[in-house]
Write a protein that binds this ligand. Structure first.
Ligand code: HEM
Length: 373
């Protein structure tokens, strides 16, 4: 899609799409401006069955976010490092002798699910349930018909019900007997005497699943995809592992797992010389902003050492991704272990490279590679 974004930035930096009933915004400066101004561009919209921080505005958003920030600290995330490494190694142990693997199925899907499950304190034996639920939550209709849409919604409602019941039991247990896990921390966290209520707590756990899994899966797969497109880069990163963090930032810029972020205008406002009216939907195309030549020199070049690299792939401002430190950590560890353990990772040319059918997600359904040990 990136060539199309480049054209659109030049020809229609902002446009109204009648069929979807929303504005599309493509330039970095405009996207940045929209994300930075929640008073004019609201996040409140009916996205899911329940309200979460993702669909709240300040001041309510700030209060809730402060409470969850208290539980989801850099220390909580960093302490997961050794664990993420051993999960990665276990997943690699299972396939390393085959000389080939599907990066999506064998590594990029299970890793984030296992990490979130452990973080929340969900028993390991329930992981498969977890994976099923989180897959259903991010699913879109297979075909664009009312019937298909209805089918997906029914499935989602059912999954939400089951997830709610599941988490309600765990929350109850942790209330009686706190453990060293995120749910116990969330139960204890408060700001100015205010705590999360049961509804909010369950909603937040489910948001972590929905927001954190598929995105991280795609970050990992997209990173491996870049490595297979440039074998010199594999040896370079292997010799200079200190470049892995800036490599991951560049993967995020170049192939952003979430391509666009939605808002609703709260008042009439001009963007790029065009009037947007109060109540209209605005879609900010991060994937285009990340390739804007006005912000990034040689934007279509992948540069593992790009600095500065102010991509917008985790959003910007008040809603900046809460899970960014965790996603980055997982990305760093996985790529480092892959490079340390596997040599000469190459894409299997005759395997299928079908992209995920969603306009907002950037990733592939499978990614088969061969490698040497
Ligand atoms: C918010 C992207 C991983 C939890 C966001 C937003 C983006 C994003 C673009 C902002 C949405 C907006 O402004 O409306 C990503 C990407 C990821 C990733 C690309 C992986 C590479 C994660 C993980 C978690 C997570 C691992 C949790 C464990 C959240 C939450 C929010 C959020 C809770 C809402 C924050 C708020 O509204 O204040 N993410 N995310 N994300 N993300 Fe992530």
């Amino acid at each position: 899609p990136f060539a199309v974004y480049n054209q659109l930035r030049a020809s229609h930096p902002i446009r109204y799409d009648e069929s979807r009933g929303c504005w599309d915004v493509f330039c970095y400066e405009d996207v940045h401006r929209i994300l930075k101004d929640p008073a004019t561009f609201s996040s409140v919209r009916k996205l899911a069955e329940r309200e979460t921080i993702l669909t709240m505005d300040p001041p309510r958003h700030s209060q809730m976010r402060a409470i969850v920030n208290k539980a989801f600290t850099p220390k909580v995330v960093n302490d997961l490092g050794p664990h993420i490494k051993s999960i990665t190694d276990e997943l690699l142990d299972a396939v390393v002798n085959n000389g080939s693997m599907d990066i999506v199925h064998d590594l990029a899907v299970p890793l984030p699910v296992i990490v979130i499950a452990e973080l929340l304190g969900v028993p390991a034996e329930d992981r498969h349930l977890f994976k099923e639920w989180s897959d259903i939550l991010v699913k879109g209709p297979e075909v664009n018909t009312d019937e298909a849409f209805h089918r997906v919604m029914t499935e989602k409602t059912q999954a939400m019900k089951e997830l709610n019941g599941y988490f309600a039991t765990i929350v109850e247990q942790r209330r009686k007997e706190p453990k060293e896990d995120l749910i116990s921390l969330l139960l204890a966290a408060e700001i100015d005497g205010q705590k999360l209520n049961e509804e909010e707590l369950l909603g937040f756990c489910i948001l972590l699943l929905a927001a954190g899994n598929e995105t991280t899966t795609n970050l990992i797969t997209n990173a491996v995809r870049v490595l297979t497109e440039d074998s010199a880069l594999q040896s370079k990163l292997n010799g200079q592992p200190e470049l892995v963090p800036s490599f991951i930032e560049e993967v995020l810029r170049y192939y952003p797992p979430i391509q666009a972020i939605g808002r609703v205008a709260t008042q009439d406002v001009d963007i790029h010389g065009t009037r947007i009216q109060a109540g209209q939907q605005v879609v900010s195309w991060v994937a285009s902003a990340n390739r804007d030549e006005a912000k990034f020199p040689e934007p279509d070049q992948f540069n593992a050492e790009r600095k500065p690299n102010a991509h917008l792939s985790f959003g910007f401002g008040t809603h900046f991704c809460l899970g960014a430190p965790l996603a980055r950590l997982e990305g760093h560890i996985v790529i480092q272990r892959l490079l340390e353990r596997l040599k000469d990772i190459r894409f299997v040319e005759d395997s299928e490279l079908s992209t995920i059918q969603s306009p907002f997600v950037y990733g592939v359904k499978q990614f088969h590679v061969r490698f040497n040990k």
